[in-house]
Design a protein around this ligand. Structure first.
Ligand code: GLN
Length: 185
């Protein structure tokens, strides 16, 4: 709908994965996994509602389509926000705060240990990023800041990251998401 979908498509194409742009709800029937990218979450949600995506997304998610929200996308899939807007899709049992790092450090980078991903810590780029305040019982925290606040979480076939893995050329999280989307339902 909006945001840096192009960079995600490039990351997936480096893995040999065909990733069409999804512009209309019926296209969701053709895919095993959907990435909701970083961008501006109120705009993304406005467009989701304008194009009647809300119910279709919920239904495809219940049917087992994998969904990965990055940054603004993490805000979009949350159950609850501490902010008034947007009205999130309530797909994942997490509470999220937008623009959690204030103005002074509204963008920063950090190397963070990642559960379920082999090798070196992941280099994470945060751009006016959200943070996860709390998670439900069925949500696994995959990565957290030094102060303990989660920045990557998984719940079944749902993944959410507060940072931008599509900007660093490290495709390990994209690989993980492709495995999630391809796992037998
Ligand atoms: N601050 C944006 C929002 O609240 C998210 C920023 C991003 O996706 N890089 O929508």
């Amino acid at each position: 709908m909006q945001g840096d979908f192009l960079e995600h498509r490039q990351a997936l194409s480096r893995l040999g994965v065909d990733a069409p742009e999804i512009r209309l709800p019926h296209q969701l029937d053709e895919i095993d996994g959907l990435i909701i990218p970083g961008g501006e979450s109120t705009t993304i949600v406005q467009l989701i509602d304008m194009y009647d995506f809300r119910d279709a997304l919920r239904q495809r998610s219940q049917e087992g389509m994998a969904i990965w929200g990055t940054c603004a996308g993490m805000i979009v899939v949350a159950n609850r926000l501490t902010d008034k807007r947007p009205e999130p899709l309530r797909l994942m049992d997490i509470e999220v705060s937008r623009n959690a790092f204030g103005r002074q450090v509204d963008s920063f980078e950090a190397d963070i240990e990642f559960e379920d991903i082999d090798g070196a810590p992941f280099h994470c780029v945060f751009i006016r990023a959200p943070v996860v305040n709390s998670v439900g019982e069925s949500v696994k925290v995959l990565a957290a800041l030094d102060d303990g606040r989660p920045v990557a979480v998984r719940q079944g076939r749902m993944l959410a990251t507060a940072f931008h893995p599509e900007l660093t050329g490290d495709s390990r999280i994209h690989e993980m998401f492709v495995r999630m989307a391809r796992a037998p339902k």
